[in-house]
Write a protein that binds this ligand. Structure first.
Ligand SMILES: Cc1cc2nc3c(=O)[nH]c(=O)nc-3n(C[C@H](O)[C@H](O)[C@H](O)COP(=O)(O)OP(=O)(O)OC[C@H]3O[C@@H](n4cnc5c(N)ncnc54)[C@H](O)[C@@H]3O)c2cc1C
Length: 468
């Protein structure tokens, strides 16, 4: 039996953030990760000598004086964010062919949208004002508040106004509503179920600045590895936690799939909440809450095509977003993708990824089903055809190498959705505390998904340990 003060289950962004924070407290800490390398979601992969991004493309909140650099510094992560193209970090194409460039900086954003929708000028101004007011309320985006330890974070307050109702009150055009709601991509919850507050804190953050990180997801993984080594955290790879048991005097035992036992006082699980329920002691939550948790709907999955560009075109752009359906339907978790995101990587200029939301239903994307590969190929072909029709100049320069389905995520991470459970204003929130002292849940399901969402969740859990 190996003994530690603290064990973290899962070596993604949130798990490793928790491990660094526990080590900072002077606790002997270990991380258990089921995959052969840390950060399997963020790290990306290499095919035919070309590196592809998987779980990190871009982010808000990484500018000077913003939350990202503050957190990187606190965690000892050597990461260099860089700003994406200010006049068009994303280009959004409506089904009509109309293209809207997403610019950041309040004035540019307002000008660009008002140029495309002059009749909505006032609504656009009010929408951007309201988004900024929500950001200002948020302790983690408003760094003035963020540095005030007591104000951090105010994320779990009751925010029941939906993005859809806020937009309906301000804007008439369905097209414009679709454009400003387009980035529900970043959290996977449709506008009628997403809180306006959380939308503002994530998507609204992009209106102030969109950033990449030099070296991409691979650099993030390496920065965490270096910081863990410096902090003296032990890492156990190929180690799957199979059950958590309570031991004497508030201790815990983590039993792995290989039947190794890790004893600890504090355990932070950064895995999907439903996976957590399967391995945690039966009385980890009250029964009513547990039942509600098991009913939480998953965010849609992503079907992703990976290709190489035969020459350097469009490389100054971050993303091209192609919309097939309007507003709520645009992020519907159906078997047909309602939109695509063509994403380039400055860390790997030859690589292109086409991401398409699709149902994350494991019965539909089952690798063992006899028609799995036929279904996968058919879906890949339909996306390629659409890209060819809508972006012929780009499509002619892409050679596709591979594709992944929601089942690919399930194989590596244990869940097939893009961001785990939906952050639905009408449903029970996933709580980080449990009935068992010293046993916590962290990760993208606690606050919001994304690199920063996962970091914030673990900073939040760290504060809970002090009773704050
Ligand atoms: C296609 C895609 C694109 C994305 N693009 C962006 C982007 O551009 N910007 C952005 O900010 N965010 C993006 N995200 C979201 C972001 O990657 C995630 O929100 C974030 O990485 C989640 O981190 P996490 O630690 O909460 O979860 P995870 O990364 O899922 O970490 C959980 C870890 O636990 C491990 N594990 C599971 N079960 C066990 C077990 N029983 N024992 C031990 N280990 C276990 C898993 O292998 C995994 O490593 C994207 C996500 C996807 C899928």
């Amino acid at each position: 039996m190996l003994e530690y003060d603290a064990i973290v289950i899962g070596g993604g962004v949130s798990g490793l953030t928790s491990a660094l924070l526990l080590a900072k407290r002077g606790l002997k800490t270990a991380v258990l990760e089921t995959n052969p390398a840390l950060m399997p979601l963020i790290r990306g992969f290499t095919r035919n000598g070309v590196h592809f991004e998987t779980g990190f493309h871009y982010s808000f909140g990484l500018g000077e004086g913003e939350f990202g650099p503050y957190a990187f510094d606190k965690l000892g992560l050597d990461l260099q964010p860089y700003p994406l193209l200010q006049d068009g970090y994303d280009e959004i194409y409506l089904p009509t062919g109309q293209c809207i460039k997403m610019a950041y900086g309040r004035d540019r954003m307002e000008e660009n949208l008002a140029r495309a929708f002059p009749e909505e000028k006032e609504g656009i101004r009010l929408y951007l004002d309201r988004v900024q007011a929500e950001i200002d309320k948020s302790a983690f985006l408003n760094m003035h508040k963020g540095k005030n330890e007591n104000a951090f974070p105010n994320i779990l307050v009751d925010n029941t106004e939906t993005l859809r109702s806020a937009l309906d009150a301000l804007i008439r055009s369905e097209k414009l509503k679709t454009i400003v709601a387009m980035h529900s991509w970043l959290y996977g919850t449709p506008p009628s179920r997403m809180s306006f507050f959380l939308h503002s804190c994530t998507v609204g953050g992009m209106y102030n600045g969109a950033y990449g990180i030099v070296g991409g997801g691979r650099a993030i993984a390496r920065a965490y590895e270096a910081a863990l080594e410096k902090a003296g955290v032990d890492v156990f790879l190929n180690t799957k936690a199979a059950s958590i048991e309570e031991a004497k005097e508030s201790g815990k035992k983590i039993i792995t799939a290989q039947n190794h036992i890790f004893a600890c006082d504090i355990c932070v699980a950064s895995i999907h909440p439903k996976s957590f329920l399967q391995i945690a002691p039966a009385d980890v939550y009250r029964s009513g809450y547990k039942a509600r948790l098991s009913e939480i709907e998953e965010t849609p999955g992503f079907f992703i095509l990976y290709g190489v560009l035969d020459e350097k075109i469009h490389l100054e752009l971050s993303n091209i977003l192609l919309i097939n359906r309007y507003i709520d339907d645009m992020y519907a978790a159906s078997e047909q993708s309602s939109s695509y995101c063509v994403s380039f990587s400055t860390a790997s200029p030859q690589a292109v990824c086409v991401l398409a939301p699709i149902t994350s239903d494991e019965k539909i994307w089952d690798r063992n089903a006899p028609d799995y590969y036929a279904k996968k190929n058919a879906h890949a072909d339909s996306i390629k055809k659409d890209i060819q029709e809508r972006l012929p100049e780009l499509a002619n320069h892409i050679q596709y190498l591979d594709a992944s389905t929601p089942a690919t995520g399930c194989r590596y991470l244990g869940y097939s959705s893009t961001y785990g459970p939906m952050h639905d204003v009408n449903k029970t929130a996933v709580l980080p505390t449990t009935k068992i002292k010293g046993l916590y849940l962290t990760g993208q399901s606690i606050v919001t998904p994304g690199l920063l969402g996962a970091i914030i969740a673990s900073l939040f859990v760290d504060r809970l340990m002090d009773g704050r």
